[in-house]
Write a protein that binds this ligand. Structure first.
Ligand code: MG
Length: 250
């Protein structure tokens, strides 16, 4: 091989590695085509490559967070419902970067106020909470209302429906990256509540804690999804997730 040619190839690869420029030409026909999937016929329903976490029938994909035993929440009429004092539930499978769809409803009968009204939570990687709360005409602190990254960032708007009505979260989550015990890339999250953007690629500050500044502790690249038992009968249905390819800079 011509040595000049070899060196120009090495130089081009180095340039790509350093600058992050695409190795593909514009409209490069040798560039691999994306996988073909079948989208759902209705918005909010799972596409063909989704992992179905709850289809309205049983809790076979879930366990109790406390002891890893069977999840003790109630399943009826196509939804699951948090049962007071039974503890959080988590998926058997672990996930990192993902697209998550989940629907929830706070109790139709209003009891309590502020944080004691339809409280639950969707914990990505069992650590990072998107708050679930009945935030319809219910004043509480901004970073604790529905659609908040709890204790860190309020939703951009309050897009809540009245108590008892089904609401949806569509979440795009990228996990944090740790190297040598330090976070080198914080997690990011985008959330749409009922189709409305409420978190816009927010950089998560650390694992959810109560009344404290969040901070990161290193953990595995994949962790289960968790739902919170906050002593209130919040309901969930139509839960599915798509695992996303990890970005190249991890
Ligand atoms: Mg909560």
């Amino acid at each position: 091989m011509n040595i000049k040619f070899l060196w120009s190839g090495v130089f081009a690869l180095l340039l790509i590695a350093i600058t992050g420029c695409s190795p593909w030409k514009v409209h490069d026909t040798s560039r691999p085509l994306p996988a073909v999937i079948t989208p759902a016929e209705q918005p909010g329903r799972p596409p063909s490559d989704a992992v179905i976490l709850f289809d309205g029938k049983d809790l076979s994909n879930w366990v109790s967070e406390k002891d890893g035993g069977p999840a003790k929440w109630k399943v009826e009429n196509g939804f699951l419902e948090a049962v007071k004092k039974t503890g959080n539930i988590r998926t058997k499978q672990a996930f990192g970067d993902c697209q998550l769809h989940i629907e929830w409803a706070s109790p139709a009968e209003v009891n309590g106020a502020s944080q004691d009204r339809g409280n639950s939570g969707v914990f990505l990687m069992s650590k990072y909470e998107v708050q679930v709360l009945d935030s319809y005409d219910n004043i509480t602190y901004a970073d604790g209302q529905a659609g908040a990254v709890y204790g860190q960032n309020p939703p951009l708007v309050n897009a809540s429906r009245p108590p008892g009505q089904w609401q949806s979260y569509d979440i795009i989550f990228h996990r944090p990256v740790f190297k040598l015990g330090l976070v080198v890339k914080p997690a990011t999250i985008t959330v749409l509540q009922n189709g409305v953007l409420v978190q816009d690629n927010f950089e998560i500050k650390g694992a959810t804690v109560w009344k404290k500044r969040a901070k990161y502790s290193p953990h595995a690249d994949k962790m289960p999804l968790m739902l919170q038992d906050h002593d209130q009968p919040v309901r969930y249905r139509n839960i599915w997730l798509r695992e996303l390819p990890e970005s190249k800079n991890k």
